[in-house]
Design a protein around this ligand. Structure first.
Ligand code: GUN
Ligand code: FE
Length: 426
């Protein structure tokens, strides 16, 4: 079961700056796991069924390390404010609607279908604070075939009444119930603890979530050092903390015992960066969102040079598109602006590097994911780049570059495999 061969032009990432290209080769899936890329079919695999994608690109599936499912409904709208005003004007009013399970059902069905048809094979997703709606989101994601972590959001301060849990205790009780009800329920969909960000969570709530993370062995996602006003607010709220990340760290929510992904890290100082690296915290770089709500530009070159864990996030709906191709393009562009406007010592990112972040870098949050090395879970995309015609024959690396840079255009996505299973893209 789940063993087959794909033939085509294979690209994947070895290391951040090492793009691997294999023209006209054979990619083998054995029981949902990659057995490798070969110039000819090895005898032991000769009897496996082969799908011929000759002339098409075959890429690893992509990981979206950070996005908000309830915000999909207003993507591409309301980007005229910066973070804290944007939350109050757009995000919170929309998220308030998810107490209505019928509305949540309509919205999450649209969302899950969009993710199924996208280049994303793995995703780390915020729901809302509503337990029932978030459990329903998990059902929709499971049906999509995409593998995901999904979090019920925690917020017990600085939120409108419609979006503020009654107390830290009530929030923790509801979260524990969410964990009990969703852990082990699905094959491809798992719960993740989701304190929204420090301004939304009292110390008592963060402390309780740290305990739950340890007790239930659940990973953690949140936001970190995204916007100057936000960072200043955290300093006021938690004057005892040396930096923003130190707040999560104090409560065991910063990679201390469980894997953790922090979105943005635009304004992280030296101490915060050191701690993220020591604790193995994964960074979700969200360039579209950082530009749209005028947050700034994250120093990704530094994170890569230090060998930190990093991938890309669409941050729907701070980001306008769920396409990881768009995220790659935006990462390239903002890195050039960073070099031009902020620090000419930090050279811009390369196509190989953003491709690494979208595949192997982000995939690492899920284990051996995002590459075609033997032993990696078999997530793959087949892309017909003849939808992007060219007057001469291009090298495979050039074709990949074009697919990345022009790739918000997904008309060419002809097949998508997750854990060796081909998804329905209709
Ligand atoms: N910080 C806290 N909540 C959010 C959110 O919904 N989006 C973004 N971009 N940042 C946040
Ligand atoms: Fe976000």
């Amino acid at each position: 079961m789940n063993s087959f061969i794909l033939k085509g032009d294979v690209c994947c990432s070895g290391a951040p700056d090492a793009l691997v290209t294999r023209d006209n080769s054979y990619l083998i899936c054995e029981n949902g796991v990659c057995a490798g890329v070969f110039d000819a079919i090895p005898p032991r695999f000769r009897d496996l069924p082969l799908t011929d994608h000759t002339g098409k690109l075959i890429l690893p599936g992509m990981t979206d390390l950070h996005l908000h499912a309830p915000q999909y409904a207003f993507r591409g709208m309301g980007m005229d404010r910066e973070l804290l005003d944007w939350l109050n004007a757009y995000a919170f009013p929309e998220e308030s609607r998810y107490g209505d399970i019928a509305y949540a059902d309509r919205a999450y069905t649209i969302f899950a279908n969009a993710i199924r048809r996208s280049a994303t094979t793995r995703a780390v997703i915020f729901g809302t604070l509503h337990r029932e709606a978030t459990a329903l989101l998990m059902e929709r994601m499971e049906a999509s075939g995409v593998v995901s972590f999904v979090g019920k959001v925690n917020m017990d301060r600085n939120a409108p009444d419609s979006l503020c849990e009654a107390s830290a205790e009530a929030s923790l009780r509801d979260t524990e119930r969410f964990l009990r009800e969703t852990t082990g329920k699905f094959r491809n969909t798992y719960p993740i603890l989701t304190p929204r960000f420090v301004p939304s969570c009292t110390d008592e709530l963060l402390q309780g979530l740290g305990a739950l993370s340890e007790q239930y062995q659940v990973p953690v996602q949140s936001h970190l050092s995204e916007n100057p006003g936000e960072v200043a607010w955290v300093r006021e709220l938690c004057p005892w903390a040396a930096h923003y990340g130190a707040v999560y760290d104090r409560f065991g929510l910063f990679g201390n015992s469980q894997k953790t992904v922090m979105a943005h890290c635009v304004y992280s100082g030296e101490e915060e960066i050191d701690l993220m690296q020591r604790n193995g915290v994964t960074i979700a770089h969200c360039p579209a969102s950082n530009a749209n709500v005028a947050s700034g530009i994250a120093p990704v070159r530094r994170y890569l040079d230090r060998g930190m864990r990093i991938g890309l996030g669409s941050d729907i709906a701070g980001g306008q598109s769920e396409s990881l191709f768009t995220a790659m393009t935006e990462a390239l562009k903002v890195s050039r602006l960073y070099w031009r406007l902020i620090d000419s010592a930090q050279k811009p990112l390369s196509v190989a590097e953003v491709f690494y972040m979208a595949t192997k870098g982000g995939g690492a949050f899920f284990g051996k994911v995002g590459s075609f090395e033997p032993g990696y879970e078999f997530d793959a995309l087949v892309i017909d780049d003849s939808t992007l015609p060219h007057p001469r024959a291009l090298m495979l690396a050039e074709r990949l570059e074009r697919a990345v840079t022009l790739g918000g255009d997904l008309r060419g996505l002809v097949a998508k495999y997750v854990r060796g299973k081909r998804l329905d893209l209709s």
